[in-house]
Design a protein around this ligand. Sequence first.
Ligand code: GTP
Ligand code: MG
Length: 295
Amino acid sequence: MKNENKKIKSGYVCIVGKTSVGKSSLLNKILGEKISIISNKPQTTRKKNIGIFNDFDSQIIFVDTPGLHLRKNKLSDAMFKIIEREILNSDLILFMIESRLDNIDFDFINKVKKINKTKILVVNKIDKFDEDKINKLIIDLDIKEFNSIIKTSVKQEKNLDLLINKIKENLSYGPKYFDNDILTQTSEREIVCELIREKVLFYLNQEIPHGVFVENNLFKKNIKKIYDLDFDICCERESHKKILIGANGKMIKKISIASRIETEKFLNSRANLKLWVKVKKNWRNKDIYVNKILK
Ligand SMILES: Nc1nc2c(ncn2[C@@H]2O[C@H](COP(=O)(O)OP(=O)(O)OP(=O)(O)O)[C@@H](O)[C@H]2O)c(=O)[nH]1
Ligand SMILES: [Mg+2]
């Protein structure tokens, strides 16, 4: 029987850190579902993604944010605004790092000094680096800024329980913000757009995947209970369009097959997926596109 009166720990936990440290991987692993896309290329996540964790005595709303990076265009600026807003809206900040620290990390630590919230330092990818290197890294940091330090390997699922317990310890008793069956606020349509962009990130290199956004034209289940899906992959230049399509359409075919497989898994249903490649010149510096993508 449901016990609605049971006291639980609850709150918003913002996951922030440099690009590629493993923020989205952490969110997905904790939830056991792919809410946020992952890649080994920088600036994968562009907007916030919420993942809601429930257990017997807590509800933790994890907020995955875009990675901290050097600002280059209006898209970067808008991503930084998202990070700042989510930090302010959160009850607790998880600051994630890996083996190397640079000015981006130190600037961030300086900024959050003034914010009076619990901060937990998460040192991720311990499967990749030796203990001495990690300990030296921690010594280099201004440790007093953090309430706790947890060393994790998201890949090997190491110390994730420890992290959850530490978060719970630092959250207050509070309301249940969402019903137990709600995992995220991101719509299926948005997640499929992201899954397609993840495949573009996987198959293409250098500037091309970073200059891509995906737009949905059709998202409907037909009478045969198959999803009819139609998306535009928008890139910045004619030359990028050619590479995205590839010789005899080989590249777009690869992207399309991989996207369909992942989409069908996610939707738990068959899907007819159509992809079109379009050019939107210099869109990362145009408010109209940036606002539309990050809305
Ligand atoms: N070896 C190792 N790799 C990891 C671990 N966690 C994440 N990764 C890898 O690190 C890469 C980046 O992971 P993401 O989760 O996309 O990183 P992110 O911090 O969300 O990146 P942005 O969205 O660009 O800010 C991927 O290739 C992951 O598979 C870990 O614990 N160990
Ligand atoms: Mg990410």
